[in-house]
Design a protein around this ligand. Structure first.
Ligand code: ADP
Ligand code: MG
Length: 588
């Protein structure tokens, strides 16, 4: 019989001072492993767990919906390299949190979803318990690992297992199933303390062999038109100095993926961001640093990559099976970015040849031409604002306040902001990630504020904001320094679509015209402002960042300014039949 059960029988006679329980063991196990924050939505059976955790000194932030608590936890994981913790109730709360857990796994961010669950005996016989669901089975295919703890004396090892699973190798989401009656189990306090485990070296460093490094150096030396691509795996690794040294010593133009922006400032002379199409097409050797050749990079092949002409890839990734996922990797470097970059810099030695200057100059000229072409659009002061004129203002704010955390989601709002807004420091940009998911904004903004203490500027399409807008109450409740700018163009993609049947219902992609999202913020005691001009937007944003008061700015954007699906319209399915039937149909 398990130790906890034996003791349970004697609990009524025992001195509570010499005992502990599942609640406290779980909290102690998290604290022992330096977990300082829990992103929570209270309810049966974890309401008291949240209370006791808060009483014990953990910061417990309660959200209005589990999905956003989950997104917050995942972003905390990305920013801190420690698993972000999300805590939910059973069945529906668990499912809400599971979206975020799957998203964390897809993005390779460490997170642990702790959900309370119903009585195992009843669930397994499907006898109809309160919020009955076999949560462990459902979570398994959607995350990196999933565990259930049944006995109080296993909490220490179970939490340790969850933490190591989340952060080691390729980071990801872990599900931890906590049946309600585990929390009430009682055991001897001294035995309980002994059962806790502090994880030793949770994410071991890994260096490739000298042979692998030499192979990579040979490929890089053969390049006439080399390119470096930095991904969010590089940002996650927090080895910013050695990454910068690698890029600068190599002299190779680099392209940051959206959340790797700022690893080197976007204004860096080697940045090829504004010449993206050119460098993807014309490069001959590409060094991938913590970035995958997935849809965001056209899978490393096709016209965008200059096919039929072929190129060679060198790839740094902690996950061995990422190699050859889409195209052949000529020189795989399996290891953490910091260790591999250090080995590469050492192997480059003192006599490293800079890339041919005709290539680096061609890239620089292209960057300059594109930046100049853009500049006038950013200064347009006309009303209503379009994406460029509104973002021109925010670009200057980010340059003046480079510590500000920048959160960004939407379609056009995302695509324009990603290319217009320079990021000047590492891990300052949080966005829709690998899935391109909408609704991450408020959870991300909350985690960014809580984990870094810096002010947050969240630039949100009105549609994206709708997925998570209720969390502005959470922002006001915890008085977080978050300034939300809703780019309000009255709809999804554009705000001027009409019902093609001629009927009374609005079109499927439009919202209430001229909605006042700023009034929502005022309802919770935050600052709500409407901005119709770039000047008004500028004043309101600067005031919000300065005051650190929760603020929402309703930025009126021309309903005609956006395009269908932003930059990824080509992903929409096409049908010649539908095009013929509806003359209004958008050609992608
Ligand atoms: P992006 O979307 O910015 O291109 P991805 O999310 O596609 O970036 O790729 C990130 C990659 O980084 C993943 O393949 C992941 O395995 C890898 N990775 C994550 N952490 C590390 C690390 N510490 N060192 C090396 N690679 C890492
Ligand atoms: Mg919109």
């Amino acid at each position: 019989m398990a130790l906890a059960e034996t003791l349970d029988d004697h609990v009524t006679n025992a001195d509570p001072q010499t005992l502990t329980d599942g609640f406290h063991l779980l909290i102690d196990a998290l604290k022992l492993n330096d977990i300082k924050t829990i992103y929570n939505v209270p309810g049966i059976p974890i309401t008291d767990l949240g209370r006791y955790a808060q009483a014990s000194g953990i910061r417990v932030l309660s959200f209005r919906h589990e999905q956003h608590a989950g997104y917050a936890a995942s972003v905390a994981g990305f920013l801190t390299k420690k698993p972000g913790i999300c805590m939910t109730v059973s069945a529906p709360g668990f499912l809400n949190g599971l979206t975020a857990l799957a998203n964390a796994t897809t993005n390779c961010w460490p997170m642990i979803l702790i959900s309370g669950s119903s009585e195992r005996e009843v669930v397994d016989l499907q006898q109809g318990d309160y919020e009955e669901m076999d949560q462990l089975a459902i979570a398994k295919p959607l995350c990196k690992a999933a565990f259930r703890i049944l006995h109080a004396e296993d909490i220490g090892i179970g939490v340790a297992r969850a933490i190591r699973s989340a952060v080691s190798g390729r980071p990801g989401g872990v599900y931890l199933d906590i049946p309600g009656n585990l929390l009430g189990q009682v055991m001897d306090a001294v035995e309980g303390e002994k059962s806790l485990v502090k994880v030793i070296d949770p994410a071991p460093k890994q260096t490739p062999s000298a042979e692998a490094i030499d192979r990579a150096i040979d490929v890089m030396k053969s390049a006439r038109r080399p390119l470096i691509i930095l991904g969010k795996g590089a940002a996650y690794d927090q080895s910013d100095d050695i990454i910068r040294e690698l890029v600068e010593k190599s002299g190779i133009p680099y392209l940051p993926m959206s959340m790797a922006k700022g690893l080197l400032p976007d204004t860096h002379p080697q940045s090829a961001s504004a010449a993206r199409s050119m460098v993807l097409k014309d490069s001959d050797v590409v060094l991938m640093v913590g970035a995958r050749l997935n849809w965001l990079l056209s899978h490393g092949k096709g016209k965008q990559w200059g096919e039929p002409y072929s190129k060679k890839f060198v790839q740094i990734d902690i996950e061995a099976t990422e190699m050859d996922s889409n195209v052949e990797i000529a020189a795989p470097l399996v290891g953490d970015v910091g260790s591999v970059a250090t080995a590469l810099v050492a192997a480059m030695g003192d006599s490293w040849q800079q890339p041919p200057s005709d290539w680096t100059e061609a890239v620089r000229n292209k960057v300059q031409a594109n930046v100049e072409r853009m500049a006038s659009r950013l200064q347009n002061n006309s009303t209503p604002m379009d994406y460029s004129s509104a973002l021109g203002v925010l670009k200057k704010v980010m340059a003046d306040k480079p510590d500000t955390m920048f959160v960004n989601e939407g379609a056009n709002t995302l695509d324009f902001a990603r290319s217009i807004i320079d990021i000047h420091k590492p891990r300052k940009r949080i966005d829709v990630g690998t899935w391109g998911v909408m609704g991450i904004g408020m959870g991300s903004a909350i985690a960014a504020a809580v984990e870094t203490g810096h002010p947050v500027l969240a630039v949100e399409g009105d549609s994206a904001f709708g997925f998570c807008g209720m969390e502005i109450e959470t922002i006001c409740r915890y008085n977080l320094p978050v300034c939300i700018v809703v780019f309000n163009n009255n709809g999804i993609y554009r705000g001027d679509d009409t019902n093609w049947s001629g009927g009374e219902d609005p079109a499927t992609t439009v919202f209430v015209s001229d909605a006042r999202y700023d009034h929502m913020m005022a309802a919770f005691g935050g600052v709500g402002v409407q901005a119709e001009t770039p000047d008004e937007l500028n004043t309101a944003v600067r005031e919000a960042i300065e005051s650190r008061k929760p603020t929402l700015i309703n930025a009126k954007i021309d309903p005609k300014a956006g395009k269908e699906s932003g930059n990824i319209g080509s992903l929409n399915p096409q049908s010649a039949v539908a095009q013929a039937r509806y003359p209004q149909a958008v050609k992608h």
